[in-house]
Design a protein around this ligand. Structure first.
Ligand SMILES: O=P(O)(O)OC[C@@]1(O)O[C@H](CO)[C@@H](O)[C@@H]1O
Length: 486
C-alpha cells in the first residue's frame, strides 16, 4: 500500500546545541559530537577498520616469534592459548562485535571498565561506540588475552618494537646525552637577571624537545625509514626555531612564568607520560633540567600498568631505558665518549630515583576508557594527588584526546573550556598539554582558530594526523582550593 501524505508538516531541520549541558554529558554523549568508528573517511574509521587490525596482526607475529623460541611445554601450551584469544579478539574487531564485559582477571581496573560498559555502552560495538572508548577497550581486551594466562601474565607484545625504535634513534640520543651529561651550571660572572634569561631560553628549547620527542610514536610510524626518523628527531637549534611556527596554540611564554615562580622553593612537577623509548628519554632530559636548575625539587612520572596504545610507557619500559643507558650495548658505531655520556646521564637519573627526587607511579585509572573529564569522579584519590602538584604536564595525542573528551569541539574553543572539570573543579592543578597533533580533536587555536583550521583543511588535508603541527596549552586550574567531592 502507498500512502500519500501531503498535508503533514514538513520535516524540520533540527539543530542540536553544543556544547551539551553538563548534566547531559556522559561517555557516550561528549560535550560536542563524538568521533565514532563508523564515520567513514575519518581517522577514527581508519584506526578502527585498518590500523587496529594491523597492530593486532603484528602483535600476534610477535607472540609467535616468542613461541618459536620457547622450550618448556607448559609455557608453550599456555602461550598458544594466548594466541587463540588474540585471534578471537581480531575476529571480534573485524566483525564489529558488541563490547562485552572484561573478564575478572584480577587487574585493579576491572570494576571501572565494567561499570562504564554497563552504564553507557550496553549493546554498543567496536564501530558505533565513541572511538576513544572503543580503541581503549581493544587494548584492555588485548591485556586480558595474557592476564588470564598462567605463565604469561606480564607479557608485553609491543616490547620488542619499543626497544627497536629507541635503538634506531642513536643520533638524537647522543646529541642530547653529550650536551646534557654535565650538570646544568651558569657561566661565570652572570647577573641574577642574566641567569634567569639563560634559564628561560634553555627551558623554552627543552620544552620543544620534549614536545617534538612525541613525533616518533610507534603506532603511526610503522613503516618509517631510519632517515625519516632522524629528520623527525632533529634537535638542533635552527630546527627548533623553525618548528615553533608549527605550534598552533602556544602558551609557552606563560608556561615559563609558571615554572619560574617555583624557583625559590622548588616545586613538584608531574608528567603524565605518553610513549616509551625516545620520547621518554626526552621527557627525562627535560625533567633533569628542571631538577638541576632548582625549578623543581620533585618530579613524578605517571605511566601505564600494562601495554597500552602500542608505545605507551610501562614500568618495564622505564626500567629498561635507565638500565640500557647505564649497562647496554644498543648502539653500533659509537665513540667511547658517547657511550660514557649516556652512562653518566643514566646513573644520575637512577640516583634521582633513589633519592626520591624522581618517582614513577602507575595508577589504574590511566588504563581505562574514561576521559579525564571523569577523573575527578572516577578516581578521586588520583585527582587529590594531582591537585597537590604545582604543574601537571600531559604528554602526547592520546592524553590530549582524553583531556578534551575527544569530540568535535570548534578549534577556537578555549583549552580551559575543552577540558571541563580538569580546569574548573576546585583544587584542579595547573595543567599543560604538550601535544603534536595526530588525530581529529583540535582546540585552543585562539579566536581565529576556526578559520585557521578551515584553511589548513583546504590547503593541507591530513594536517590533523601528520604530527607536523602541535599545541602547547596551559590551564590555570584552581590550585590551592580545597578539593571537594559530591
Ligand atoms: O598519544 P600519541 O602517542 O601521541 O599518539 C597516539 C596515536 O598515534 O594513536 C592514537 C590513535 O590510535 C591517537 O591518539 C594518535 O594518533
Amino acid at each position: 500500500m502507498h500512502l500519500t501524505l501531503s498535508h503533514l508538516p514538513s520535516k524540520q531541520d533540527i539543530k542540536l546545541v553544543y556544547p551539551r549541558t553538563p548534566s547531559s554529558i556522559d561517555p557516550n554523549n561528549p560535550p560536542w559530537p563524538a568521533f565514532r568508528g563508523y564515520h567513514t573517511y575519518s581517522f577514527a574509521y581508519a584506526t578502527m577498520g585498518h590500523r587496529l587490525p594491523t597492530i593486532l596482526g603484528k602483535a600476534i607475529d610477535d607472540v609467535v616469534e616468542t613461541l618459536n623460541q620457547e622450550s618448556e611445554e607448559d609455557r608453550v601450551v599456555d602461550l598458544v592459548d594466548c594466541i587463540k584469544r588474540m585471534d578471537e579478539l581480531k575476529e571480534d574487531l573485524q566483525a564489529h562485535a558488541k563490547l562485552r564485559p572484561i573478564i575478572d582477571d584480577g587487574e585493579a581496573d576491572v570494576a571501572l571498565w565494567n561499570k562504564e560498559i554497563a552504564k553507557y555502552f550496553q549493546g554498543k560495538d567496536f564501530m558505533n561506540a565513541p572511538w576513544l572508548f572503543a580503541e581503549a577497550y581493544k587494548y584492555r581486551r588485548l591485556r586480558e588475552c595474557f592476564s588470564v594466562s598462567k605463565l604469561w601474565q606480564q607479557y608485553d607484545v609491543f616490547f620488542r618494537q619499543k626497544c627497536d625504535t629507541f635503538s634506531r634513534s642513536g643520533d638524537a640520543v647522543f646529541e642530547l646525552s653529550t650536551r646534557f651529561v654535565e650538570p646544568f651550571k651558569h657561566k661565570e660572572g652572570l647577573s641574577a637577571q642574566e641567569k634567569l634569561d639563560a634559564e628561560r631560553l634553555m627551558f623554552l628549547e627543552l620544552t620543544q624537545i620534549c614536545l617534538w620527542g612525541n613525533s616518533t610514536d610507534l603506532s603511526l610510524l610503522i613503516n618509517m625509514t631510519e632517515e625519516q626518523i632522524k629528520s623527525l628527531q632533529s634537535t638542533g637549534g635552527e630546527n627548533l626555531a623553525a618548528t615553533e611556527k608549527n605550534i598552533l596554540g602556544n602558551d609557552m611564554a606563560r608556561l615559563w612564568e609558571v615554572v619560574r615562580d617555583l624557583k625559590d622553593t622548588g616545586g613538584r612537577i608531574d608528567f603524565v607520560l605518553d610513549n616509551a623509548g625516545f620520547e621518554l628519554y626526552c621527557d627525562c632530559v627535560y625533567a633533569d633540567f628542571l631538577i638541576q636548575s632548582g625549578l623543581a625539587k620533585e618530579v613524578r612520572f605517571h605511566g601505564k600498568r600494562y601495554p597500552w596504545f602500542v608505545s605507551d610507557v610501562t614500568k618495564k619500559d622505564w626500567n629498561w631505558l635507565l638500565n640500557m643507558m647505564v649497562y647496554g650495548h644498543l648502539f653500533p658505531k659509537v665513540t667511547d665518549e658517547e657511550v660514557e655520556s649516556l652512562r653518566q646521564l643514566g646513573l644520575r637519573w637512577k640516583q634521582y630515583e633513589k633519592e626520591g627526587k624522581w618517582v614513577y607511579e602507575q595508577h589504574p585509572f590511566w588504563c581505562t576508557g574514561y576521559t579525564y573529564w571523569d577523573l575527578h569522579n572516577e578516581a578521586p584519590d588520583l585527582f587529590l594527588h594531582l591537585s597537590r602538584s604545582d604543574l601537571v604536564i600531559f604528554k602526547g595525542d592520546l592524553n590530549h584526546r582524553k583531556l578534551t573528551y575527544d569530540c568535535a569541539a570548534p578549534p577556537s574553543t578555549d583549552f580551559e573550556i575543552a577540558i571541563g572539570p580538569m580546569a574548573s573543579a576546585a583544587g584542579a592543578p595547573r595543567i599543560c598539554s604538550l601535544r603534536t597533533i595526530k588525530s581529529d580533536v583540535v582546540v585552543g587555536l585562539g579566536p581565529n582558530g576556526d578559520e585557521l583550521a578551515d584553511k589548513l583543511d583546504k590547503e593541507e588535508p591530513g594536517w590533523k594526523i601528520s604530527g607536523k603541527y602541535a599545541v602547547v596549552l596551559l590551564s590555570e586550574g584552581r590550585p590551592g582550593e580545597k578539593v571537594r567531592f559530591a
